[in-house]
Design a protein around this ligand. Structure first.
Ligand SMILES: Nc1ncnc2c1ncn2[C@@H]1O[C@H](COP(=O)(O)OP(=O)(O)OP(=O)(O)O)[C@@H](O)[C@H]1O
Ligand SMILES: C[C@@](O)(CCOP(=O)(O)OP(=O)(O)O)CC(=O)O
Length: 381
């Protein structure tokens, strides 16, 4: 039995567009920050036995079975690597031939634009790789996770992660690499304003296909804007330059939502609450005379606001002022007294569009844990 857990990642330079839909090969390189596990994590246990009847997967307590092509593709690749080991060492048990049971739990909403597929496929690949005792490095395994969900490849690392798009048609050079580990910039924090827990209307895969096929702005984004930003963002991370990192993060979020709007028919992920939050962050940065907070939005209306610990009392002070009514502040309850009370005018009803706040920070990526979700009989506990 093997247990692995990992977490979601939030994009600072977005992946949007595929050049190969089956292999999940992107039209541009991207960068993300992997967040801490306590708040947004997937816990996955994998077990194999010759006595199991068939491959099976339980997600959040429900038997789902192994039905999607993407999960099947990941399992196939992992089994192939195990088979190579077994061929080289006859003493190894033939795990590659036995059915596998996977039990997984997300501690945050699934399919709500909170990157559950990223954390989910990353945890699945890591848990099975551990079970099979595969020697492959994380970058190699990231190519397998990528076939599950593009964004999953970046969740195999902690800290700041790049997904290099590659240019081979077989995808062998399209993999995740570490830009910098958590220890490089541990004071990076994130406040996530959960604007909607609902399942989103346009899934990322269909949304991307539509943008690639119909948006005129898209070519400019992937050929001109992103390649330059990819290099500049890596530099900003390596030099811990929050202002540069923040400006590029916000601009890239806006560029991604612009190509969504430029798709035909248009795709809308931001709602009025998201737009109010964007304005609030700009108002804060303007008042400070520098960028101390940066928003980013994935394929949904939830806001992720990055800031450095050094400005926590200001950034959280402002968010708390207007969103103290929502749940999730317990974690910092002993800090509230030190929050700064900035006088930035804002819609005092905006909190009604937010269901909760998740206060989190940069994380260390996949971890092994002794917590198992599978019983001795190989079933969910
Ligand atoms: N823990 C998990 N283990 C295996 N598969 C998972 C897990 N969690 C989510 N998934 C898969 O990911 C799907 C949700 O992916 P989807 O891309 O629709 O949403 P999301 O990841 O929350 O949003 P986004 O990727 O746009 O941020 C689920 O339906 C399921 O198939
Ligand atoms: C907006 C994004 O979060 C898109 C995520 O798309 P997915 O990785 O969910 O798409 P598939 O590869 O089709 O599974 C931006 C990003 O992850 O960089």
């Amino acid at each position: 039995m093997s247990i692995g857990r990992t977490t979601a990642n939030f994009k600072t330079l977005k992946y949007w567009g595929k050049r190969d839909k089956t292999l999940n090969l992107p039209t541009n390189s991207s960068i993300s920050v992997t967040l801490a596990q306590e708040d947004l994590r997937t816990l996955t246990t994998a077990a194999t036995s010759s006595s199991f009847e068939k491959d099976n997967l339980w997600l959040n307590g429900k038997e789902e079975g192994i039905k999607g092509d993407r999960t099947i593709a990941c399992l196939k690749d992992l089994r192939l690597l195990r088979r190579e080991m077994e061929a080289a060492d006859a003493s190894l048990p033939k795990f590659s031939e036995w059915p596998i049971h996977i039990v997984s739990e997300n501690n945050f909403p699934t399919a709500a634009g909170l990157a559950s597929s990223a954390a989910g496929f990353a945890a699945l690949v890591v848990a099975i790789a551990k079970l099979y005792q595969l020697p492959q490095l994380m970058s190699e395994l990231s190519k397998i996770a990528r076939k599950g969900s593009g964004s999953a490849c970046r969740s195999l690392f902690g800290g700041f992660v790049a997904w290099e798009m590659g240019d081979l048609t077989n995808g062998e050079d399209s993999k995740a690499v570490e830009v910098a580990p958590l220890s490089h910039w541990p004071s990076m924090k994130a406040a996530i304003l959960v604007v909607s827990d609902d399942k989103k209307d346009t899934p990322s895969t269909t949304g991307m296909q539509s943008t690639v096929a119909t948006s005129d702005l898209f070519e400019h984004r992937i050929n001109t804007v992103v390649p330059k930003r990819f290099e500049e963002m890596k530099k900003a991370i390596l030099s811990r330059d929050f202002a540069a990192f923040g400006e590029m993060t916000m601009k890239d979020s806006n560029s991604f939502h612009a190509v969504c709007l430029d798709s035909y028919p248009p795709i809308f992920y931001l709602n009025d609450t998201s737009k109010k939050i964007i304005k609030l962050v700009h108002a804060l940065n303007e008042q400070e005379g520098k960028i101390i907070a940066a928003y980013t939005f994935d394929a949904g209306p939830n806001a992720v606001i990055y800031y450095d610990q050094e400005h926590e009392n200001k950034v959280l002070g402002l968010i708390h002022k207007y969103f103290h009514q929502v749940s999730g502040w317990e974690k910092v309850s002993d800090q509230v007294a030190q929050f700064e009370d900035l006088s930035i005018p804002f819609d005092t009803e905006a909190y009604k569009g937010v269901s909760r706040i998740i206060l989190t920070q940069i994380g260390s990526g996949p971890q092994e844990t002794s917590e198992s979700l599978v019983s001795e009989q190989g079933l969910p506990k």
